[in-house]
Ligand binder design. Structure first.
Ligand code: MN
Length: 262
């Protein structure tokens, strides 16, 4: 049986990035697209619980969902695709998802959702720029998809890929860097004394360039590939926290006859 590749994004099913992936990856297996019916960028890992979701087949093998990227992958993995996908690819996102963007990105969340359900996955994002870098980015996605279909990924891991939008110098295996946003709030005065607020925060360049970080790699013209782990536990903090004593609670524990902290 041909491998099943499920595509998702957060820019919406009609975005150029997911459509070029659908055609570029077609020779690797059966491609099914399950994506939001509109732009749901920065929706993070939200899932829709307060209403049913509408799924519409907008083209052969392409399904739009009036929900979030995580909704789409959940439905794609468990229902729409008909069988469990061998790979989930999310993107190609319109603009980078570097460093702490991980926590906002719907693109990355879609890949995380796949990893939660035991499906190998990667997210891919392209720097917003004057040139059309979708061709090279989809070539990279093709090569990476081919490699993952052959070798798999360990469970509860995924890859986050970022592609510069200019002639690519190569690629680098990276870690998450630091993404700094200007902390701007724009206040707009509306009618009847109402005030509206825009959280603007455009991305700034970090002064330090930590070696091995995704932010550093893309600045050097390299495609960054960051392996991510669903286990967000801080090992270093877990090693030091047992030195803490929550005296206020321990008094209650002693009173109630609870066992001391382990
Ligand atoms: Mn997006």
């Amino acid at each position: 049986m041909k491998p099943l590749i499920l595509l998702c994004n957060d820019d919406g099913i009609h975005a150029a990035g997911i459509q070029i992936l659908a055609s570029r990856l077609a020779d690797l297996g059966e491609v099914v697209v399950v994506a939001p019916d509109r732009n749901r960028s920065a929706s993070s890992h939200a899932i829709t619980l307060d209403r049913p979701l509408l799924v519409a087949e907008v083209a052969p093998g392409q399904y739009s969902v009036d929900g979030t990227p995580a909704d789409c992958v959940y439905l794609g993995v468990h229902h729409v695709a008909g069988r469990k996908p061998d790979l989930v690819v999310s993107g190609i996102n319109d603009d980078y998802n570097l460093g702490s963007d991980f926590f906002f990105s719907g693109t990355v969340a879609a890949a995380v959702e796949a990893a939660i359900h035991g499906v190998p996955a990667f997210a891919i994002s392209l720097e917003r720029g004057p040139s059309d870098g979708l061709g090279p980015a989809s070539d990279f996605a093709h090569a990476l998809a081919h490699a993952i279909l052959a070798a798999g990924l360990p469970t509860k891991t995924l890859l986050n890929v970022n592609v510069p939008n200019r002639p690519i110098e190569g690629y680098q295996w990276t870690r998450l860097g630091e993404r700094i946003y200007s902390d701007e709030v724009e206040v707009v005065n509306g009618q009847r004394g109402r005030r509206y607020y825009y959280c603007l925060g455009s991305a700034k360049t970090s002064d330090s360039e930590p070696p091995g970080a995704d932010t550093t790699a893309v600045r050097s013209g390299l495609v960054s590939i960051t392996p991510l782990d669903l286990d967000l536990t801080s090992r270093s903090l877990l090693a030091t926290l047992p030195g803490w004593r929550l005296a206020g609670f321990e008094a209650i524990m002693a009173e109630e006859g609870m066992s001391p902290p382990r």
